[in-house]
Design a protein around this ligand. Structure first.
Ligand SMILES: *Cc1c(COP(=O)(O)O)cnc(C)c1O
Length: 615
């Protein structure tokens, strides 16, 4: 929640139109024999006044010496000191708004371009008129004035606020907004009475309304360009802004996603998205190339290549099936969950010839049945299955199935979406032809990119198979590798940068052994903790992956449990098994055994509170 609002002074809280400094600067420059316009005097408004004097001097055609600048500044200060008291009128709605905020427990801070001796005159006058902030910092009391954030920091220290996102900076110039941005506060620009509008009360009243509308739009544009989070007409709009910020703060509370993806990601991964890149930029393309190579090395070697695709994991699964299997070849799908069924839909829509072996969703693929099928149907050319069925959490015997299929001379394609980077997959050792996975599962990147790792020989010879242009793996492969990391079509540049960072994090953690170890521990803490509460896993331990687990929901209502856990910062997932009331918990992503323990405690609390009502 917002704990402090930091107001600017002239043009924001007092001195409608920020008239005093304008008069002061005109007078100061007159002293050194230079006439400046009000517009020139206003232009740098908001920054420390000596810097402001220098900025005006830089606008002039004639050269102004440092000595003259100091003389003009001294004259400005003298003049300001004499007249500033006459410009302490409090702007409309400021006193009431500050009082209302204070009643909510919000501290009222302030920063200014005025010096401390000027403020000594302004503070008592404003207080008498009903506006007295809790704290004020001037540029001469800080290391530097605006646009540097130091004056805001001093306010935050005074109020003991460690997180700048709990503070709002309100001002009437671009420099105010920049100061707030530099401090990482929320920023609000006020239009009426602002220096940016540059009109006193009389001038506003005399202006034709269309003209005023036009001038206000220009002020809005200036605040927008400076990066303001909110732009309000006058201070009566501030309370509503605070309500909205509080709503957003509440929504952005860090939460743990106990889901099969997208997952909880590290801040460094999200922050990697801050750089905007052009898709044909050489630097961007070379980053893409490093991502391709790193992914390949996780499960394969140089006789394989990774092909990145724009889109979620299903895009990669579809591209893999449709491109790497010749049109006339018969496919055998081994299905024990929703992701297996999705592959059937893909094949059906592409008018493929295929056979299906379906198994119980809580059991792994039965290799004996597979062998029988391979014996009896010689037309089958490729076997396709899901490694970890995320529907239930069942882990299929990758090695056994692959060896079996290979012994019959079949190609093997694997949906390794939720197991890649968590389970060791030795593609060359097992002679796996291709697998599909995505950025937002155990690589702990962000959603928007998927990929296929396939034998280079297969990628080279598969041209013409695809019935889809955008999902044509062969063309995408050619494009990415011949073009030095260039996607054929617009790539999710920021998501790719996040994936680059996610792979760096994966390496930093210690690669697959470390990640697997953490996931196994997570899974253990979770399942053992819930077991103690009487919440059982549906899948037998010997078939269970350490990725995601399906639990018996018993008599509990999923949506109520979901809401209760969400309010405690945990996001759980509904079950997908059709005949049983279940829920699923993933233990992958940037989550740790301590998070699992906290989740178990939260579920225990929920059960204690709801047992009587629900049973
Ligand atoms: C996540 C996942 C997919 C991809 O699903 P999308 O909805 O496209 O992200 C495919 N297969 C498995 C096994 C998965 O876990």
């Amino acid at each position: 929640m917002i704990k402090a609002v930091i107001f600017d002074w002239a043009g924001t809280a007092v001195d409608y139109g920020s008239v005093a400094p304008v008069e002061g600067f005109i007078d100061g420059f007159r002293r050194i024999g230079v006439d400046i316009t009000a517009e020139m005097a206003r232009k740098p408004m908001g920054i420390a006044k000596l810097d402001h004097t220098r900025a005006i001097a830089a606008m002039l055609d004639q050269p102004i010496s440092e000595e003259q600048i100091l003389e003009a500044y001294d004259a400005f200060e003298e003049m300001m000191f004499a007249v500033v008291e006459q410009y302490c009128d409090v702007l409309p709605h400021v006193a009431e708004t500050a009082a209302a905020l204070r009643r909510q427990g919000i501290k009222i801070g302030s920063t200014t371009g005025y010096t401390s001796i000027m403020m000594e005159k302004v503070l008592p006058k404003a207080a008498k008129a009903g506006y007295a902030p809790d704290f004020c910092v001037t540029p001469d009391q800080a290391a530097k004035g605006r646009p540097y954030p130091y004056m805001i920091w001093q306010n935050l220290m005074q109020f003991d606020i460690a997180d700048p996102r709990e503070a709002v900076k309100v001002g009437d110039t671009a420099a105010d907004i920049e100061e707030g941005k530099a401090a990482d506060c929320w920023t609000v620009g006020v239009i009426m009475g602002s220096s940016e509008l540059g009109l006193n009360r009389k001038e506003v009243a005399a202006l034709p309304s269309e003209e005023l509308t036009c001038r206000k739009a220009a002020v809005r544009a200036a605040y927008y360009k400076a990066g303001a989070d909110y732009i309000i007409d006058d201070m009566s709009g501030l309370s509503e802004v605070i309500v909205d910020i509080n709503r957003r703060l509440e929504q952005s509370v860090p939460r743990k996603l106990l889901t099969p993806g997208p997952l909880t990601t590290r801040d460094s991964v999200k922050r990697a998205m801050f750089t905007d890149h052009c898709t044909w930029d050489d630097e961007y393309k070379s980053i893409t190339t490093t991502v391709l190579n790193d992914i390949t090395q996780i499960a394969a070697n140089d006789s394989y290549a990774t092909v990145l695709l724009q889109g979620s994991g299903s895009y990669a699964v579809e591209a893999m099936i449709n491109c790497l299997i010749p049109k006339e070849e018969k496919i055998l799908f081994l299905v024990n969950g929703e992701y297996g069924k999705r592959m059937l839909t893909i094949a059906k829509d592409a008018h493929r010839s295929y056979e299906t072996l379906a198994f119980d969703m809580t059991l792994p693929v039965d290799t004996e049945a597979v062998e029988k099928e391979l014996q009896s149907d010689g037309d089958i050319g490729t076997v396709v299955f899901v490694h970890c069925e995320t529907t239930s959490g069942v882990l299929n015997p990758l090695e056994k199935i692959t060896k079996l299929a290979k012994s019959y001379g079949k190609k093997v394609l694997v949906d390794a979406m939720s197991s890649f980077a968590a389970y060791e997959i030795d593609m060359p050792g097992l002679d796996i032809d291709a697998l599909a996975a995505s950025s937002n599962k155990c690589l702990e990147g962000l959603p928007g990119l998927s990929f296929v790792i396939a034998k280079k020989s297969l990628l080279k010879e598969c041209g013409g198979n695809s019935t889809s242009h955008s999902l044509d793996l062969h063309d995408q492969y050619q494009g990415l590798y011949a073009g030095g990391g260039k996607f054929r079509f617009t790539s999710p540049t920021n998501v790719l940068l996040a994936l680059r960072q996610a792979i760096d994090e994966y390496k930093k953690e210690g690669g697959l052994p470390a990640r697997r170890k953490r996931y196994i521990k997570n899974h253990k803490v979770l399942t053992q903790g819930l077991e103690k509460l009487g919440i059982r896993s549906i899948v037998a331990p010997e078939h269970q992956s350490y990725i995601i687990t399906t639990f018996d929901l018993g008599d509990f209502d999923f949506s109520k449990l979901y809401a209760a856990l969400k309010s405690k910062g945990f996001i759980i997932y509904p079950g997908k098994l059709t005949d049983l009331p279940t829920f699923r918990l993933g233990n992958i992503g940037d989550v740790y055994p301590s998070d699992m323990a906290a989740l178990v405690t939260a579920i225990e609390e929920y059960m204690r509170e709801h047992k009587s009502e629900e049973k």
